[in-house]
Design a protein around this ligand. Sequence first.
Ligand code: ZN
Ligand code: ZN
Length: 119
Amino acid sequence: MSIDRETPVNCPARVTLDAAQLAFFDALPAEAPSVQSELGCELELGHEGSHAALGQQVDTTTWWIQWTLSASEVNPYTWCPGRGAAPAVDRDELDCALFLGHPGEHSSTTRSREASAAS
Ligand SMILES: [Zn+2]
Ligand SMILES: [Zn+2]
């Protein structure tokens, strides 16, 4: 995997889901394929709080694996509205592809746009 210099650096933390967590995701009525057993943190490098990776989306509910060095859990969130007001449903149309209330900056898809708008 090559690193694009224009891509903001994400947190390098990874998590391996346990059997119960995989079973939970398999039981969700999601159209998406099964969740991978190992996921990487989607937050920005150096973020505060728990690491987080998107597991599955069911309608407007997104299930995120959040973990620390000692524990991991799965929690439901809605999408972060980014700078907009209305919650988006399709991840491709989001200002930010993270969960509501996430720590750190909005996700990489919007960071360049925010940077250009800030000047
Ligand atoms: Zn992280
Ligand atoms: Zn955000």
